[in-house]
Design a protein around this ligand. Sequence first.
Ligand code: ADP
Ligand code: MG
Length: 253
Amino acid sequence: MSKIIAIANQKGGVGKTTTSVNLGAGMAALGKRVLLVDIDPQGNTTSGVGINKADVANCIYDILINEVEPHETILETRNEGLHIIPATIQLAGAEIELVSTISRELKLKKALNAVKANYDYIIIDCPPSLGILTINSLTAADSVIIPIQCEYYALEGLSQLLNTVRLVQKNLNPHLKIEGVLLTMLDARTNLGIQVIEEVKKYFQEKVYRTIIPRNVRLSEAPSHGQSIITYDPRSKGAEVYLELAKEVISYE
Ligand code: ADP
Ligand code: MG
């Protein structure tokens, strides 16, 4: 059984990409076959696993717009068991180009159906918006992980996200679930973090992962080396917590 998980929050900088790359790499390190899907025009997941976007022949844009088969876009990474459908800046045009397309919300779902059986997990890194690319992701997904940064206004904007999830459940994908809520970038030296944790737990209750991602400078360095934390610094706190998260997510199969 394979599971498709979208990593979504329309706020930028909350840890979607860091979580996609390192949760995916963590699962792969635990022996799972994982496909990352980069559907953010910024392509940070793509460069984050060491792919030079200038060398990408076919990307997620070609799947959504040009009917290219997904297997023609899939690339391997240096992490065994971790593959990716890359994104390039070309994808920035897709939002507008999809408007006039028939069943535009279903493009990603249809494409992933063709490769789903080859993977245990497919992880979709969503862009920082609730537009058609995120809708495609939520429509294709079995569940969604919501990363929340341990900061002031942590819960701000979440009602819009949850509304979008409900709309997708109602109209496009009735079986979409909330997989879990992930607290990210906790600064253990401040009381603020503790307050945010309590606030988020009050709101999402048992949906909040036991694993909380602390601030760890190695996590922010790894992407510039084109590596997940698992290969960049396997002994770092960042690698430890993302492996822990991978185990936790797998345990909820
Ligand atoms: P998003 O994809 O939601 O925009 P990112 O994953 O790109 O967020 O994270 C935003 C920035 O914060 C990036 O520069 C990233 O390297 C950094 N970052 C993310 N998580 C951590 C962490 N736990 N510790 C330190 N830096 C982090
Ligand atoms: Mg991102």
